[in-house]
Design a protein around this ligand. Structure first.
Ligand SMILES: [Zn+2]
Length: 475
């Protein structure tokens, strides 16, 4: 593996041995009428989105086509669940808060399948470098540096607010955990955001680290209904011992392993696939990020094992990483979702990410019919991500009974109107500014176009932390 990356994981061993202790914030407000920031509409205060012009349910049994489209329909939220979807479904719901859906589009919240939430602090860093140059300039010098819980909180806080802004309701956060305090701040910001999250905790062979991950699961993750755990690792020949221990821990805890795989041209030579094979990690539920440089045989092997893929097109473009073999994964029925990949792409715009997923394939093949089409990208960004996480029984579509993770998009803006084909326009025209409402588990996190939370303070604190990191990075 590249020396820089090897250093990352050597430093993981040293730093992760320290302990994470995280308090869970589960704010549950009970308010029937327009709720204050971040509070829950539930019980007597059910929510009805009435007469939405288009509901993209992502459930073919509910509407037309693969995306289950319904026109002029209601969406009813009841507490943290979706209660009903369909024409007139909200007519007899008493005591509900009503949102006028006329002219609007309702769809599931986005699932960001791969990110590093703290990395909003290094936006704009080393913009002319590929993966290893960027890591060397913007990430690796922070191992062993005095980065704090406050830094992590500031970065992750800004990222979570920005995620909500673009309609993301589930984040998969592969945390670098530069030190125990940093990891603690990272996790606290995720919990405070009210966004559903999967915390990918990078482990190693150190027994103290393994104990700590067990403790975090028991005391933090299992206590928060919005929280899920993965074990993060980095598979290479050099790092095999840590990978094997991480895989063992993932099995013990019954959670998925999450690894970066063949992201850059240099990665295959580091023995990533062999390390995963030796560790017995190529099995259902494994989530691999990027997965660009794979042979036919490797794709067959991963597909046969039901391994899932996080595609990060904006990051791949920014770092000149390469172009994923998406049509070949599709042909093998692999579960693929979309990720924003933190600071490497410098934006949390999921519409832009979908556009890039379509555009990369078209541009490289000079073929506009190539997979994915806009509807495919929309599915990858919602249900596809949920399937990749194994959370599709709970999220990813507007199927009644699932979690009330939804977004309402207003297309009546200069960048989006007029209506021709809204499904394609969601991918080619939409921007975060068009997202008017975001609910996570029935709780409004964006309302009337405003992200709920201390946005100004988050920006001020992120600036201070970014300035600090810049000094530490010597940039
Ligand atoms: Zn990444």
């Amino acid at each position: 593996m590249p020396r820089r990356r090897r250093r990352v994981f050597e430093l993981f061993v040293l730093t992760i041995a320290l302990v994470l202790g995280v308090s869970v914030l589960v704010g549950v407000g009970r308010d029937a009428t327009p709720a204050p920031a971040g509070q829950r509409f539930d019980g007597t205060g059910r929510v009805v989105v009435r007469n939405a012009a288009l509901v993209v349910t992502m459930d073919p049994t509910l509407g037309t086509g693969d995306l289950g489209l319904i026109e002029n329909a209601d969406v009813v939220l009841d507490g943290d669940r979706i209660r009903a979807v369909g024409r007139g479904a909200g007519r007899s719901v008493a005591g509900a808060k009503v949102i006028d859906g006329r002219g609007k589009i309702v769809l599931p919240g986005f699932v960001d399948l791969h990110t590093h939430a703290w990395q909003s602090l290094i936006r704009g860093c080393a913009t002319d470098k590929e993966l290893n140059g960027w890591l060397g300039g913007c990430v690796l010098p922070l191992y062993g540096a005095p980065v704090t819980a406050q830094d992590a909180y500031a970065g992750a806080r800004l990222s979570t607010l920005d995620a909500v802004n673009t309609g993301v309701t589930t984040m998969t956060d592969w945390s670098h955990a530069f030190n125990a305090d940093f990891a603690r701040g990272n996790l606290r910001a995720l919990a405070d955001s009210g966004v559903r999250f999967v915390f990918s905790y990078a482990a190693n062979a150190n027994p103290a680290t393994l104990d700590e991950v067990r403790r975090v699961k028991r005391e933090v993750i299992d206590q928060n209904p919005l929280a899920n755990l993965q074990i993060g690792s980095h598979p290479t020949t050099e790092n095999y011992e840590n990978l094997a221990a991480s895989e063992q821990l993932a099995r013990e805890l019954g959670v998925p392993l999450n690894v970066h795989l063949h992201e850059s041209r240099a990665d295959p030579a580091t023995g990533q696939m062999d390390a995963l094979r030796r560790a017995g990690a190529i099995r259902p539920g494994l989530l691999v990020d990027h997965a660009i440089y794979l042979t036919d045989a490797e794709l067959d092997e991963l597909a046969a094992a039901d391994v899932r893929v996080a595609h990060n097109p904006l990051s791949n473009m920014r770092l000149a990483s390469g172009v994923i073999r998406l049509p070949d994964m599709r042909a093998r029925n692999m579960k693929v979702g979309l990720g924003l990949d933190g600071g490497t792409n410098d934006t949390n715009d999921m519409f832009n990410d979908m556009r890039a997923a379509v555009g990369l394939q078209r541009a490289t093949a000079a073929d506009p019919t190539r997979y994915p089409q806009p509807s495919d990208a929309l599915r990858m960004a919602t249900l596809g991500g949920a399937e990749a996480l194994g959370l599709d029984a709970e999220i990813g579509s507007l199927t009644p009974g699932k979690q009330a993770d939804i977004q309402i998009v207003d297309p009546q803006e200069t960048n989006f109107a007029p209506r021709v084909d809204w499904v394609s326009q969601l991918v080619f025209n939409a921007q975060p500014a068009n997202v008017e409402w975001v609910f996570v588990a029935g709780v409004a996190r964006k309302r009337g176009g405003q992200v709920l939370g201390d946005v100004d303070r988050a920006i001020t604190e992120a600036q201070a932390a970014a300035d600090r990191l810049r000094e530490l990075l010597g940039r």
